[in-house]
Design a binder for this molecule. Structure first.
Ligand SMILES: Cc1cc2nc3c(=O)[nH]c(=O)nc-3n(C[C@H](O)[C@H](O)[C@H](O)COP(=O)(O)O)c2cc1C
Length: 198
């Protein structure tokens, strides 16, 4: 059976299905300097293996390096239409291609998987999103003449999928009066749900 928060989140996504921006959430990681770091990403679905949130990212990005060092992550996700907020706390597994792994993954949370397993993700992305994985190194200063050699049918060596697996979820419904707040905690292989004061 799927996690109770997942059923709720699936409903929120359904209510906002006409709004593409409802798939954006903020992903916070721990910077190499120990400071929090935060950015917007796109929700790419739930993982089949566990109740995780999937995100695609570039292995050259800061967040990738940060997650290799420390898999801890927080997500905050607000649905403007239904006026609901979700907060997630957990760990992130990094899925990268076994062949193109040049990043020396050592953390046990990270998973080097086969190209065959990663290819369906790649193929499901729009041409525009795939071409971003052939852009010059993210975060570096722009230089004049970087060649852009994009064959978007070929899986980029910089492509990775993040699987954010929460152990704590909080839900807040601003519409309800009084506001409804719930906490879901993963303990002893079960989700424990509590209503808490808003
Ligand atoms: C609406 C929106 C959606 C985005 N989606 C993603 C995404 O799915 N994956 C990603 O890596 N970056 C995405 N970005 C870019 C990130 O916010 C960020 O600028 C980039 O990944 C570099 O972050 P980092 O240096 O902290 O790794 C998105 C930005 C915006 C504004």
């Amino acid at each position: 059976m799927s996690a109770p928060w997942k059923q709720r989140l699936t409903r929120s996504l359904h209510l906002s299905r006409s709004k593409p921006e409802a798939k954006y959430f903020q992903l916070a990681t721990v910077g190499l300097d120990g400071m929090p770091d935060n950015r917007t990403v796109v929700f790419r679905g739930f993982s089949d293996e566990s109740d995780g949130l999937l995100v695609v990212t570039d292995t050259r990005s800061e967040k990738f390096t940060q997650l290799q060092r420390n898999p801890a992550a927080c997500v905050v996700w607000y649905f403007t239409k239904s006026r609901e907020q979700y907060r997630f706390k957990g760990n992130t597994a990094i899925l990268i291609d076994a062949q193109t792994d040049t990043t020396n993954v050592v953390d046990t949370h990270n998973e080097v998987i086969t190209k065959t397993a990663l290819t369906p993700f790649w193929s499901s992305l729009s041409a525009g999103t795939r071409s971003q994985f052939y852009w010059p190194h993210p975060g570096r200063e722009v230089t004049e003449d970087e060649p852009s050699n994009a064959d978007i049918d070929v899986l980029s060596p910089y492509f990775s999928v993040l699987r954010i697996v929460p152990t704590e979820v909080q839900f807040l419904d601003l519409k309800a009066s009084p506001q409804q707040r719930e906490s879901y905690t993963w303990q002893e292989a079960n989700w424990h749900v509590k209503q808490i004061n808003p």
